[in-house]
Design a protein around this ligand. Structure first.
Ligand code: FEO
Length: 395
């Protein structure tokens, strides 16, 4: 793929990673992109790089527009290696370039790539770098997605380059929101938010408010993954405000795994109880559904019911994996219910409740446990459990 013009003198020089399917545990069914931008004025600036296995492609894209020796500035918005691991290669070729990052970005660059990055110059919120007719303005954005993260705003072109924020793991021929399927795009933006940015919801709300208070006009949001929002940049900003505020529907996710079908039967009865209470339900079996998709469904749900059989005195391994993942993401404001089956000693439900409480989740009690195979009256209890959670959702 060749370079793409955002506005005259502002080019996308990134790469499309069509076949990545696992992004540190996040299943990326539609691949991803690593976006880098070249701004050509009296001075030439490169904003971010790409994952190192694509560095040759980045170099080819830059070379379509200029020689690397002519790059004056390299801006490192974020040090995570999907954006910075080409930097040691690029800086050897862009011999005349000064490098800019946040202070924590500089520290992280040295820790990743060595003392040669002692020469990085640091910027903070409000600092500007003149390129000629154009100006880069910096806005620190710690924890969106790492402590070092910052946004770069191209003042005269009204383009916000917020690195990970507002991104999507979405490989496509089109580089803009108006060139791709809008439903698929929003699905990937939602999945990205749920799996990467959920823990930082309060910071996102505050950062968007801060940008709004700065009164900066935004014609385009050009993130570091996926497509560039030019048709309607406010759509993704509005969606982030909704997601970070914890806006939820009258919806519950019933997520479970099963050994011999007992917890499966219980999960179906819990789901039926919720549905009879007027709640939209997603019933998801682990080992048939990625954790990635489960947490995406949880994003706009008010309740989650988790079911597990007991295996060797503990919760089922797939349930343990899910709870490890979701307690790390810490989605706020959900009601959590737990149920399960066992043969002799039990332990799955106790273990799940302990994990959930340790993470600060609101646990609905009592829980339900069934020995061996649920009888009709056990399934009635599961149905009632679903109805009770439905009432709590509606309260
Ligand atoms: Fe796309 Fe936090 O790296």
């Amino acid at each position: 793929m060749n370079t793409v013009v955002l506005k005259e003198g502002v080019n996308w020089v990134g790469v499309v990673d069509w076949n990545i399917r696992d992004f540190h545990g996040y299943i990326t069914k539609r691949g991803s992109t690593y976006n880098a931008y070249l701004i050509s004025d009296e001075k030439i600036a490169l904003v971010d790089t790409v994952k190192s296995n694509f560095s040759d492609e980045l170099i080819d894209h830059i070379t379509e527009l200029t020689s690397l020796e002519k790059i004056d500035y390299i801006i490192v918005n974020h040090v995570e290696m999907d954006h910075s691991s080409s930097l040691p290669i690029i800086t050897k070729l862009a011999k005349n370039a000064k490098i800019f990052s946040s202070q924590r970005g500089k520290d992280a660059l040295i820790e990743h790539y060595g003392a040669e990055f002692n020469r990085v110059e640091t910027v903070k919120t409000g600092d500007e770098l003149k390129l000629g007719k154009r100006t880069l303005r910096f806005l620190e954005a710690p924890m969106l997605h790492w402590p070092d993260s910052m946004f770069t705003y191209l003042v005269e072109d009204k383009i916000l380059m917020p690195n990970d924020a507002f991104g999507q793991h979405f490989a496509s021929c089109g580089r803009f929101d108006d060139e791709v399927d809008g439903c698929a795009l929003m699905e990937e933006a939602r999945t990205y938010y749920a799996n990467i940015l959920t823990p930082f919801a309060p910071l996102i709300t505050r950062k968007i408010q801060e940008v709004a208070q700065m009164g900066i006009p935004i014609d385009m949001v050009a993130p570091s993954h996926g497509v560039i929002w030019r048709k309607d940049p406010q759509k993704i900003i509005g969606a982030y405000l909704d997601w970070s505020s914890g806006a939820a529907k009258q919806k519950a996710v019933v997520v479970f795994d099963t050994m011999w079908g007992s917890t499966d039967k219980m999960a179906r009865a819990v789901a039926d109880g919720l549905i009879s209470g007027g709640i939209e339900v997603k019933l998801l079996k682990l080992r048939a559904t990625d954790n990635t998709d489960v947490v995406t469904e949880i994003l706009d749900a008010k309740a989650v019911a988790v079911g597990s059989p007991t295996l060797n005195g503990q919760m089922f391994p797939s349930v343990g994996s899910f709870l490890t993942y979701v307690t790390g993401l810490k989605p706020k404001g959900k009601i959590w219910g737990f149920f399960g089956s066992y043969g002799w000693g039990g332990g799955a439900v106790r273990g799940m409740v302990e994990m959930a409480k340790k993470a600060g989740f609101e646990v609905y009690e009592p829980t339900i446990e069934v020995r061996y195979v649920p009888a009709k009256e056990d399934l009635k209890k599961c149905f009632d459990f679903g109805q009770q959670i439905a009432q709590k959702i509606k309260a």
